[in-house]
Design a protein around this ligand. Structure first.
Ligand code: 1HE
Length: 260
């Protein structure tokens, strides 16, 4: 699972968190075909110890999007296949084995925002800015952005970003739903790892349900969604780990919910 422009480190006593870092800072982590395929391979081959992951970018920017130097000579059918390759890689991330937290800083633009939007939680430090420069480059999104980004911020906000080149800073990005957390500059990775370690403590079937059932339920008509919810709830609560956790609470061994 090694790729020369992707570093994989681990956090946690049992290496339960994988930290996957884009290492192409000289090109602002622009996503070449090789890098996209490398990400797919990393997510397909995470070690069994890993229960949550973090995606991070080396250098001053999280990710400058598609490597524009590779775009020039593609014809229409190659364009379809190229976009489908991105879809395949980011599906692997979104619907893979473990929840993924994005640690964002600097530019999160174009395909970089498509990558971030495939993650389950986004933490932005105060240097982060979000944009979809495809509009001004004469192209369209192709890495799943038109499916995922409207689900975060609505189609009209996404269209505005592409029509007008509107750039959102970290705070406004959090306000509209591009990120769930804003932290001081330089703190995104620390916060993302903290969240991933917390996520890794959950019962695996709860995380599985949140990754695989919740987004599908959200797309279903209410009546079907309620049925899927009932089935998923029954599967989750029948896992031995759920029974232990519920018993721990009932005998006073588990943490209560507190105001935080
Ligand atoms: C690149 C790319 C890239 C930088 N492809 N090489 N994405 C964009 O339209 C964003 C284009 N990039 C930028 O606007 C800026 O580079 C940044 C705001 C991200 C960073 O600015 P800065 O001043 O820190 O860096 P820089 O000097 O612009 O770039 C450093 C080098 O990275 C430089 O190469 P060098 O050989 O001259 O040093 C840049 O050419 C190179 N570089 N970004 C290729 N994107 C699945 S479809 C998705 C469609 C899209 O993503 S379209 C949006 C593409």
């Amino acid at each position: 699972m090694s790729h020369k422009e992707i570093a994989v480190d681990f956090a946690g006593d049992d290496q339960q968190v994988a930290i996957i870092r884009l290492q192409r800072a000289a090109k602002r982590n622009a996503l070449s075909d090789g890098l996209i395929l490398g990400l797919r391979d990393v997510f397909q081959n995470l070690p069994a110890s890993v229960r949550a992951a973090v995606v991070d970018g080396d250098g001053p920017h999280f990710c400058a999007g598609l490597d524009l130097s590779e775009l020039s000579e593609r014809d229409a059918s190659q364009g379809v296949l190229h976009s489908r390759m991105w879809h395949d890689a980011l599906q692997q991330l979104q619907f893979g084995a473990v929840p993924v937290v994005a640690a964002l800083h600097g530019a999160v633009v174009g395909g970089g925002l498509e990558l971030a939007s495939a993650c389950h939680i986004r933490v932005a430090d105060s240097s982060t800015f979000f944009a979809l420069p495809e509009g001004s480059r004469g192209i369209f999104v192709g890495g799943g952005g038109s499916v995922r980004i409207p689900r975060l911020i609505g189609a009209s906000r996404m269209a505005d970003m592409m029509f007008t080149g509107r750039v959102y800073n970290a705070e406004d990005g959090e306000r509209i739903g591009l990120a769930q957390y804003v932290v001081p500059e330089g703190q995104a990775l620390v916060k993302a790892v903290e969240l991933a370690l917390r996520i890794a403590e959950n019962a695996p079937m709860t995380n599985y349900a949140l990754m695989h059932a919740l987004p599908r339920i959200a797309e279903q008509p209410a009546d079907q969604g309620l049925m899927t919810e009932a089935l998923m709830a029954a599967v989750a609560q029948s896992a031995p780990e759920a029974k232990h956790r519920l018993q721990d609470f009932l005998v006073g061994r588990a943490a209560k919910v507190s105001k935080g």
